[in-house]
Design a protein around this ligand. Structure first.
Ligand SMILES: Nc1ncnc2c1ncn2[C@@H]1O[C@H](COP(=O)(O)OP(=O)(O)OP(=O)(O)O)[C@@H](O)[C@H]1O
Ligand SMILES: [Mg+2]
Length: 471
């Protein structure tokens, strides 16, 4: 714990503005944050906050504000900050019961929210993350890049907070990381976050899905090949290990690699050199390896599906991602985050989730984890006609309400018989069309919505002659 405090301590004093009409709240926040080494200024109204932010432009690194204040109220203050000093992150304090206002605050661009009553550890960690994020943005010159927000990981549960601490510790090193977690728990976003926080951030991050290729294709994808190495090798290919030079190679679904490829990867990790398929030349490589799997690797090793020596090479730093059902307290935060994200993306004003819908989110056990929650919120934002999601239909398969599937026949097979292939194709076409419509024709996102790989959606779209861009 001591060590962690040392890591969290800011090098130069960061300045935090606290806007809250309750003096006791200003005092409490001031005490907690000053003991962390920050410099804190407290003001009682939104107007005072605007005044000091104008007078001392660039002097504050963070604003913590109440949502309910007399005069210029919290929402207006937040709007003002986001339009006038957008680089300053804002953490909003809301009443425990006021979930909708928290969601609204996220939609307006708040970095995070804290619900009253809160414990001081929550304050410390949310503030730490907000400031760290700001430093990363300033350092990378990302500015107001919307895409960067999409990569932001959130979560207050101790299980995910432990992962965040680990990321922070290991990112600057060059160590190999093995991320294990069920489907949709955030393995790829963790890998990207590690890369973005490493000294390799300006070099490529290249993901490769090891289960999407046959053995020989995967090898040529990774190591490259020389012209004429095999039938079809009409061009020289560099391979991902060399393309990722100076950056990070993300070996996704690593457990699905064949035993032969495993031997080759092991050799690369030991020698830090590769030779393209069909060549004996050796090329030195400089890449960090991050691997991920949704299988229990220890079991795969026991069952001899995965080489023990490679497992130890990859598992230098193990990271286990918790299932969403084991951190249900994060559901409102994540739901609010996705609501804000898709509402902004689809240019809609959906900012609320009804009590009934919220209850449904809690009651469900989320086999598809964060990805499933994200997909469900995305679909409901797309369907929502007002400013609130009032009821929620959760299904592991795409919703029939969303997808215009043909009417089902009551007697499944009419007297004259039916062409099953045609029926299936027509179903498939409807799903593909709807997914492309929802994602504005983005094949990668559409593939995710339908639980398929990019390669298979591309193939199906072509085969069924579905228009890729749907007006
Ligand atoms: N803590 C988080 N905060 C915000 N978004 C998250 C978080 N965890 C996951 N996500 C989002 O959930 C979706 C799924 O995450 P990701 O693709 O990283 O999961 P995965 O474990 O690689 O899934 P799969 O096993 O299906 O490949 C992504 O859109 C990601 O941005
Ligand atoms: Mg993944």
């Amino acid at each position: 714990m001591r060590e962690q405090t040392a890591i969290n301590l800011p090098k130069t004093k960061k300045r935090i503005l606290v806007a809250d009409d309750e003096a006791s709240m200003r005092e409490l926040l001031g005490m907690v944050l000053e003991s962390e080494g920050y410099s804190v200024v407290g003001v009682p109204t939104g107007r005072d906050a605007v005044q000091i932010l104008c007078q001392e432009r660039g002097a504050f690194d963070l604003v913590i504000q109440d949502l309910k204040m007399p005069g210029l109220d919290g929402t207006e203050l937040l709007r003002w900050i986001k339009s006038e000093v957008p680089d300053v992150p804002v953490i909003v304090i809301t009443a425990f019961s006021s979930w909708d206002s928290a969601v609204e605050a996220m939609r307006l661009g708040a970095y995070d929210y804290i619900r009253k009553p809160f414990d001081t550890d929550t304050i410390r960690s949310v503030v730490g993350r907000a400031l760290e994020r700001r430093s990363a943005i300033l350092a990378s010159g990302e500015g107001r890049n919307e895409d960067a927000r999409g990569f932001e990981m959130i979560g207050n549960d101790p299980l995910i907070q432990a992962v965040f601490r680990m990321i922070k510790l290991i990112a600057p090193t060059d160590s190999t990381v093995l991320i294990q977690g069920a489907s949709g728990t955030g393995k790829e976003i963790v890998a990207r976050t590690i890369h973005q926080r490493s000294h390799r951030r300006d070099r490529p991050f290249l993901p490769v899905n090891c289960s999407a290729f046959t053995e020989s294709l995967l090898e040529s994808e990774l190591f490259g090949h020389v012209k004429g190495a095999f039938t079809g090798a009409i061009e020289h290919k560099q391979g991902l290990f060399r393309a990722a030079h100076g950056g990070t190679l993300f070996l996704d679904e690593v457990a699905d690699m064949s035993l032969t490829t495993q031997v080759k990867i092991l050799r690369v990790l030991e020698e830090r050199k590769i030779s393209p398929v069909g060549s004996t030349e050796l090329h030195p490589i400089d890449v960090r390896i991050i691997a991920a799997t949704n299988k229990a690797m220890e079991e795969e090793v026991q069952a001899k599906n995965f080489r023990e020596d490679l497992f130890y090479r990859l598992n230098v730093i193990p990271l286990y991602l918790p299932a969403l059902r084991d951190r249900k307290d994060d559901i409102p935060l994540l739901a609010g985050h996705f609501l804000a994200k898709y509402s902004r993306q689809m240019k809609k004003e959906v900012c609320k989730i009804s009590d009934r819908a919220r209850q449904a989110l809690f009651d469900y056990d989320w086999p598809g984890n964060v990805r499933e929650l994200e997909n469900i919120i995305q679909r409901h934002v797309a369907l929502c006609e007002g400013d609130a999601i009032t009821s929620l239909s959760i299904s592991t398969r795409p919703q029939s309400a969303v997808v215009a599937v043909p009417q089902a026949d009551y007697t499944l097979i009419p007297p004259g018989g039916v062409s099953l292939e045609e029926k299936l194709e027509s179903y498939e076409r409807s799903y593909l069309k709807e997914a492309l419509k929802l994602t504005g024709g983005n094949l990668t996102t559409a593939a995710k919505l339908l639980g398929m790989t990019y390669r298979s959606i591309r193939y199906r779209v072509k085969k069924l002659r579905v228009k890729e861009t749907v007006a």
